[in-house]
Design a protein around this ligand. Structure first.
Ligand code: NCD
Length: 305
């Protein structure tokens, strides 16, 4: 199942048939993982370029490549790279493309992924561009929702926390917009509401959505997607201090066993650890799903699946 594009920078470029194909290949990749991996990408090299902190995304990309028999070359930290010497993103990507078959990059600037994709000599994947997009996280979120809820159409999904700077909720909203009868509930402090690019998309697509500032508004949803207040995006640190503990989901809040609690992680105080042992807590299963989804994307963009 090939994808009708070479680079993945945003979930806005995906159609329902693309997501159906990616989720189907990710399911097959779970089978490959159970068998201990394969040689599908033997001889292929992933360049993993992370110019912003990352644990899960980076490790799961690298693990996905290696589970498929491929290899990884890495660069991390702007201070250790030629970007620090003043090299442009474009030159960095053209150079990296000489050493590998596919690139995954995380960078602090919105739009850096589109700039990189415009010149990349090999398939390029956005692993997070500042507060912009994080398409691979959204795809693993979608895969998790499908596994946990046994469907995607008709669900009520609440997103809670830093909706302004949190890139995962932007990307996930665009993806959920591809499904039928989705209802979205956006819960945030008034300083951190969902940006216009997402709310205007919902209006265009006739997606029912509501906005609230009280956690209570999110508690009846099928999926409760908590997010971290994005400290690194605040120009005013005192504003971050004021907002950092605004929402804490506790076990006592969860009225229904059916509410699936997700979080892209890392978690700070948004979910109390007393939720971890409840069947609702899907966030560690969600982390695990990052590997088969990224295996699927690597294989599909390299025309091997
Ligand atoms: C998220 C990110 O980097 O946007 N983390 C991740 O990739 N799993 C969420 C976050 O950092 O809050």
């Amino acid at each position: 199942m090939s994808l009708p594009f070479t680079h993945l920078t945003s979930t806005k470029q995906l159609t329902r048939s693309d997501t159906d194909a990616i989720l189907a290949v990710a399911k097959e990749m779970e089978g490959v993982l159970k068998k201990g991996g394969s040689d599908l990408l033997k001889g292929k090299i992933l360049a993993s370029l992370f110019y912003e902190p990352s644990t899960r995304t980076r490790l799961s990309f690298e693990s996905a490549m290696q589970r498929l028999g491929g290899e990884v070359v890495t660069a991390d930290g702007i201070q250790f790279s030629s970007l620090y010497k003043g090299e442009s993103i474009e030159d960095t990507i053209v150079v990296a493309g000489q050493y590998c078959d596919i690139i995954a990059m995380r960078h602090p600037e919105v739009g850096s992924a589109d700039r990189a994709a415009a010149v990349s000599p090999v398939p390029f994947i956005n692993a997070g561009d500042g507060p912009g997009q994080h398409p691979t996280q959204a795809l693993l979120d979608l895969f998790t929702i499908q596994k946990e809820c046994k469907k995607i159409d008709g669900l009520n999904v609440a997103m809670v926390g830093d909706l302004r700077y949190g890139r995962t909720v932007h990307s996930l909203s665009f993806l959920l917009g591809l499904y039928d009868n989705i209802e979205l509930t956006f819960v945030s402090p008034k300083e951190l509401t969902m940006p216009e690019k997402v709310t205007s998309f919902c209006k265009e697509k006739n997606i029912t959505f509501s906005e609230a500032s009280d956690l209570e508004a999110a508690l009846d949803s099928d999926v409760l997607y908590m997010t971290r207040i994005q400290q690194e995006r605040f120009a005013d640190k005192s504003e971050y201090e004021r907002l950092r503990n605004v929402y804490t989901l506790k076990a006592a809040h969860l009225k229904s066993k059916k509410t699936v609690v997700m979080h892209p992680l890392p978690r700070l105080s948004e979910i109390s650890t007393d939720v971890d042992t409840l069947p609702n807590a899907a966030y560690f299963r969600q982390v695990r799903n990052g590997v088969p989804v990224r295996m699927a994307l690597l294989a599909m963009l390299l025309q091997k699946a």
